[in-house]
Design a protein around this ligand. Structure first.
Ligand SMILES: *[C@@H]1O[C@H](CO)[C@@H](O)[C@H](O)[C@H]1NC(C)=O
Ligand SMILES: *[C@@H]1O[C@H](CO)[C@@H](O)[C@H](O)[C@H]1NC(C)=O
Ligand SMILES: *[C@@H]1O[C@H](CO)[C@@H](O)[C@H](O)[C@H]1NC(C)=O
Ligand SMILES: *[C@@H]1O[C@H](CO)[C@@H](O)[C@H](O)[C@H]1NC(C)=O
Length: 295
C-alpha cells in the first residue's frame, strides 16, 4: 500500500500541475544548497523512473484532495508548508553568513480555518547551512483563502538556531564592499558545473536571501519553490548606509517543474538585513509571451 502510494504520487507529479501529493526526499536539498543548488532534481530522476507507471484513477482522485488532519511528514503537503518556513526564516533572519535550509519535518497537521484559509502546524528541523547547525523549530503556516492570492502567514519559534551571531562577519563584509572603488557584479552563481568563486559566495548568499522573499510571497499550498541560480547581480551606487543590488534570479518550482525568472532590487546592511524593494516576474524566455500573472 505504502509503495503504491509513492508511485502514484510521483506519477501525479509528471502529469498534473499543482497536485498536492508528491513524495520527496527531505535530505536531498539543504545540505547541498551551497554547492549544488539544483540538487533537488533527485525528484526529477525519481519522476523519470516512476513516471511511466499506470495511475489508478481512484488513487489519483484521492490525492487531489487537500490533505487534512495528521500529515505524513515526508509527503508534499507537509514538505511544502515546511519550505515556506525556510523562506520565512531567510527573509527575516538571513544574511550572507546565515542561511536556512529545511532539514526534516517531524510532524504536520493541516486544518481548514473557516473563512480565512488553511492552517498547518509543523514540528521541523532547520539547518543553518554556513555554520552547519541544525535545530528544532515549531511553526504555523496559514495559507489565506480568497479570490486574490495572498502570501502565507508564518509564525515560527526555533530553539537555538536564531542565536547564531554573525554580526562581526557581516560588518566586515559590508565595510569591504562599501570601501571598494568599483561596484561589484557577478554572473551565473553557480555556473553550469555547480561552481562559485569563493569571492562571489556572499553575493550568492545575498541572492538566496532576497529570493526567499519572492518565494515566500509567491508560495501557496500547491507550490514548492527552490532557488536555482543568480543569473546576474550588480551593485548599484548608493548615498546612504546600505548596499543596493539589482539581480536576476532563476527559481525552480518543483510541482510544475518550471524555471521562473525574476528581477529584484534589494538593499542590504548588517542592522537592516536584506530588504527587497522591487520584484518583477519576467517572461520565461525572450521569444515567449509575458505570462498573464506578472507583478
Ligand atoms: C555537518 O554536521 C553533520 C553532523 O553534525 C556532519 O555529519 C556533516 O558532515 C557536516 N557537514 C559539513 C558539510 O560539514
Ligand atoms: C507579493 O505578492 C502579491 C500578490 O500575491 C503582490 O500583490 C505583492 O506586490 C507582492 N509583494 C511584493 C513586494 O512585490
Ligand atoms: C573590489 O572589487 C573588485 C571587483 O569586484 C575586486 O576585483 C577587488 O578585489 C575588490 N577589492 C577589494 C579591496 O575588495
Ligand atoms: C541577467 O541575466 C538574464 C538571464 O540570463 C539576462 O536576460 C539579462 O540580460 C542579464 N542582465 C545583465 C545586466 O547581465
Amino acid at each position: 500500500m505504502m509503495s503504491l502510494r509513492i508511485i502514484v504520487v510521483l506519477a501525479v507529479l509528471t502529469g498534473v500541475t499543482g497536485s498536492p501529493g508528491v513524495t520527496i526526499r527531505p535530505e536531498a536539498d539543504p545540505a547541498d544548497m551551497t554547492a549544488h543548488p539544483n540538487s533537488v532534481p533527485e525528484t526529477v530522476a525519481a519522476t523519470e523512473n516512476f513516471g511511466q507507471q499506470e495511475v489508478p484513477g481512484e488513487e489519483e482522485a484521492e490525492e487531489d484532495v487537500m490533505a487534512t488532519g495528521e500529515l505524513n511528514p515526508n509527503h508534499y503537503p507537509a514538505q511544502r508548508a515546511a519550505k515556506v518556513v525556510q523562506h520565512y526564516l531567510n527573509t527575516h533572519y538571513g544574511s550572507p553568513f546565515r542561511l536556512f535550509g529545511l532539514h526534516s519535518v517531524y510532524s504536520g497537521n493541516a486544518e481548514d480555518v473557516a473563512e480565512s484559509g488553511r492552517r498547518y502546524q509543523l514540528e521541523l528541523s532547520v539547518q543553518e547551512i554556513i555554520s552547519n547547525t541544525t535545530g528544532k523549530c515549531s511553526a504555523e503556516v496559514l495559507f489565506p483563502r480568497g479570490e486574490q492570492q495572498r502570501s502565507p502567514q508564518v509564525q515560527v519559534s526555533c530553539e537555538e538556531l536564531l542565536k547564531i551571531n554573525t554580526k562581526a562577519q557581516e560588518e566586515a563584509l559590508f565595510q569591504k564592499y562599501k570601501m571598494n572603488q568599483s561596484l561589484l557584479s557577478a554572473q551565473n552563481l553557480p555556473d553550469s558545473y555547480g561552481h562559485i568563486e569563493p569571492d562571489n559566495k556572499p553575493l550568492w548568499h545575498l541572492g538566496i536571501v532576497a529570493s526567499s522573499s519572492v518565494m515566500l510571497n509567491e508560495s501557496t499550498e500547491n507550490t514548492l519553490y527552490n532557488m536555482a541560480q543568480v543569473a546576474n547581480i550588480t551593485q548599484l551606487a548608493t548615498e546612504n548606509e546600505e548596499l543596493k543590488f539589482d539581480c536576476h534570479i532563476l527559481l525552480h518550482e518543483m510541482v510544475s517543474q518550471e524555471i521562473i525568472h525574476w528581477k529584484l532590487l534589494f538593499t542590504w546592511s548588517p542592522p537592516e538585513g536584506v530588504k527587497v524593494l522591487q520584484m518583477e516576474q519576467l517572461p520565461h524566455c525572450h521569444h515567449c509571451e509575458k505570462p498573464p500573472n506578472t507583478n
